[in-house]
Design a binder for this molecule. Sequence first.
Ligand code: COA
Length: 248
Amino acid sequence: MSDLLVHDQEGVRFLTLNRVAKKNALTSHFYAELADAFEAAVAESSVRVLVIQGHETVFSAGNDIADFIQRPPHDGEAPVFRFLRAVSACPKPVMAAVAGPAVGIGTTMLLHCDLVYAGDNALLSMPFVNLGLCPEAASSLLVPQRLGHVRAAQMLMLGEPIDAATALEWGLVNAVLPPTEVNAHVERMALKLASKPVDSVMTTKRLLKQAHAQDVAQRIVDEAQQFGRLMAEPAAQQAFAAFMTKRN
Ligand code: COA
């Protein structure tokens, strides 16, 4: 069974993260599937809206740490960067349904989505510092822009998670619903969005994002350099080793 399920409904392409036994942790293979799916959806004129969704118990545990150790991204063409470019620069509207834990890139990818709906069990965290790492996916730019510096520091420097109610209060999600209803709600909203004039919707998205689009692309590259450097340092190596020891 594929890690990513893809289906279409009335102009909406649904991408469902489907590695639930591993909490939808993202391997390089999984990133490649996501990047391919985004590129295909952008190329197909019949697709007007994209939806990323997980399971009602988990959105994503972020990078698959075991895979990350075995296959660290070596250059800008690594699947993780292909995915980040695809989601951050997607010209079509992207919506997300997030329930349960959303760790690391599970949260940072939401910053690039246009509409985000959360289950009341959602727990958003970006614990990069706890792993000896630093922000990615332009989160060092977008989180302080969206939340202000002290809340950004709470999430990105202390590595504290926030629950769904806080995410709503802080403007990271549009609404909070029971976890069993969040995917269905996003489906309704996506069909509604897909029924609107496509050029108008895409032009509006481009205009909303225009002020920061270049900065976002550059920040993803800058963060990746620091992330790569920190990965080789003892703090990250020890954090990865501790995770692997717990698993075995
Ligand atoms: N990378 C690799 N495997 C992961 C993973 C990750 N990021 N997150 C979870 N898994 C695996 C676990 O090793 C476990 O595998 P096993 O069943 O073969 O032992 C399985 O997924 C279930 O995880 P578990 O921790 O038992 O589930 P939980 O419900 O108790 O906790 C999380 C869920 C997401 C809170 C927890 O798994 C977690 O904190 N994961 C790490 C998140 C992380 O640090 N990500 C990197 C961010 S940069």
